[in-house]
Each structure stands twice: as structure tokens, then as C-alpha cells.
Design a binder for this molecule. Structure first.
Ligand SMILES: NC(=O)c1ccc[n+]([C@@H]2O[C@H](COP(=O)([O-])OP(=O)(O)OC[C@H]3O[C@@H](n4cnc5c(N)ncnc54)[C@H](O)[C@@H]3O)[C@@H](O)[C@H]2O)c1
Length: 256
């Protein structure tokens, strides 16, 4: 099949839903053989079945290093190569501020979002193809604080540090690694329905500081992992319709 990713093998985590689902579909439309990995295996299988062809589904709990390794081994055994990994699985949970967050919630968020990204990166790096790329989903909450869910913000800040720290290891294999930092995205994570996938040129323009949809984010992941972005590595690309574009100071009363 023709397309930007013709002949390439692409692994997407969190592919059963939202951003990962949109990306899996779009990579396949661009010619890739796609592996849809998720904790939700039936969901990943449904996405792979909707793609058809050689698309496959893999069960993974990214919070486990062993499961990340088994996921990458499965791709290598089945397809013999790995060109792109979109490490996107993530967990927000029922937002808990500093007063209410407990140890179990903090551990779960960090295990999925930060340790999960690390486990994926560590398993992918030794086998990624020359010219390949990794994109890891961080968040706008990886760049600024989020008092409503500090565990989530801390995990996503960590993802960006991790990505920057792995640039040299990937460059040694002729590959790149970047993070993406979406602002608000209308997906099941936010209790919203996924929008239908459309030709990229038909994507709706997002109003200033509005919600994007999963495909808006997927298109950036495709571009950042594709040949047109060959000059870019070690970056945290914000895509937020201007959400963080302005400085919003808290005014203090005059006087001591
Ligand atoms: N939706 C937003 O507003 C938003 C904003 C910024 C960043 N993000 C990030 O984007 C990524 C995708 O989120 P989404 O909005 O598409 O959410 P989503 O809930 O629609 O999809 C997340 C997917 O990750 C999977 N998943 C969760 N825990 C897992 C685990 N331990 N192992 C494997 N898979 C697991 C889920 O089963 C689900 O299919 C996440 O990393 C999220 O933190 C989302």
C-alpha cells in the first residue's frame, strides 16, 4: 500500500481507545503494518479488525517491564522489524488534588504513565530500525503544574525528562525520540466520544483554547515519527490550541 509509512512496522500502545486508536488507524491508512497494544485486549482486537489486513493486537500492561518486553518481542517475532513505536498508553483516573491523593493512586498513575513509558522505551531501543522513531505521549500537564491531579502532572513531567535522556541511545541506532504534549482532547479519558476519522485535510479547526479530538493528536504523532521530521529529536511538542500560550498571573493585593 502507498503512503508515508508504506513497508513500515508500527507499534501503538493504548490503541484500543482515543488517541492511540486514531493513530493506529491513520498509520495503517498511510501503509504501515500496525500492532495495536492495550490492557484492553478485546478493544485492541476490535481496532485491529477494523483496520484489517496484517494489523495485529497485543495484550500489554505497560506498568510491567516484562510485559513491555513481551510486547516488543511479539512484534519482532511476527513482523521481523520495528520502525515506529507510539508509546501512548496512559491513565488519568478520578482527579485527586494534594489533600485527597493517596499512595495507591499515586503509585498507579506513576506506574502506568512514567514507568510504563520507561519500560516501553527500554524494550524498543535495542531493536528499533535505522531511521526509526519513537513518540511518547506526555501532556500539557507535563510542562506546567496541574493542582487537580499532581500525580498525573508529575508522571508526565517525568516522561519528558525520560525522552530527553534517551536521545543519544536512540541516535546511536539512527533513530529519534520525541514527546508530544496534548492539551484538552475529547476522548473517553475525558468522558467524551471519539470523533470519526476523516481525511487529514478535513479535520476541523480547533477554536482557541478549545478541545482537540484524538485525530488532531494522532496526526502530530504521525508527522513527528515520519521522514519529514528527520531533523527533530529530544523535543516535547506542545499541541494545545494556545492553551499555554499566554501568561496568566495571579494578581496580589497591593501592600505588604
Ligand atoms: N485526553 C486528553 O485530554 C489528554 C491530554 C493530554 C495527554 N493525554 C494522554 O494521551 C494518552 C492517550 O489518552 P486518551 O485521551 O486517548 O485516553 P483513552 O482513555 O481514550 O485511552 C487510553 C488507552 O490506554 C489504555 N491503557 C490504560 N492503562 C494501560 C496499561 N496499564 N497498559 C496498557 N494500556 C493501558 C486504555 O485501556 C486505553 O485504551 C494518555 O497517555 C494520556 O495521558 C490525554
Amino acid at each position: 500500500m502507498a503512503g508515508t509509512f508504506a513497508g513500515k512496522v508500527v507499534l501503538v500502545t493504548g490503541a484500543a481507545s482515543g488517541i492511540g486508536r486514531a493513530a493506529a488507524i491513520r498509520y495503517a491508512e498511510e501503509g504501515a503494518r500496525v500492532f495495536c497494544a492495550d490492557l484492553d485486549l478485546p478493544g485492541a482486537e476490535a481496532v485491529a479488525a477494523s483496520i484489517g489486513g496484517s494489523a495485529g493486537a497485543i495484550a500489554v500492561d505497560v506498568a510491567s517491564f516484562a510485559a513491555n518486553q513481551a510486547m516488543v518481542d511479539a512484534v519482532m517475532t511476527t513482523a521481523g522489524r520495528l520502525d515506529v513505536a507510539f508509546l501512548n498508553a496512559g491513565f488519568y483516573g478520578a482527579a485527586q488534588g494534594l489533600d485527597s491523593v493517596d499512595e495507591a493512586f499515586f503509585d498507579r498513575v506513576v506506574a502506568i504513565n512514567l514507568k510504563g513509558a520507561f519500560g516501553g522505551i527500554k524494550a524498543v531501543q535495542p531493536v528499533i530500525a535505522d531511521g526509526g522513531a519513537v513518540v511518547v505521549t506526555a501532556s500539557a500537564a507535563g510542562l506546567v503544574g496541574h493542582p487537580g491531579n499532581p500525580a498525573y502532572a508529575a508522571s508526565k513531567h517525568g516522561v519528558i525528562g525520560l525522552v530527553k535522556s534517551c536521545v543519544d541511545a536512540f541516535a546511536a541506532r539512527g533513530a529519534r525520540i520525541n514527546a508530544i504534549c496534548p492539551g484538552g482532547v475529547a476522548t473517553p479519558m475525558n468522558g467524551m466520544e471519539d470523533a470519526a476519522i476523516v481525511p487529514p485535510g478535513a479535520l476541523e479547526r480547533v477554536k482557541l483554547r478549545g478541545f482537540g479530538n484524538a485525530q488532531h493528536v494522532a496526526e502530530v504523532a504521525l508527522w513527528l515519527s515520519g521522514p519529514a521530521a528527520g531533523f527533530i529529536t529530544g523535543q516535547a511538542q506542545l499541541l494545545d490550541a494556545g492553551l499555554l500560550s499566554t501568561f496568566a498571573p495571579v494578581m496580589l493585593p497591593v501592600g505588604p
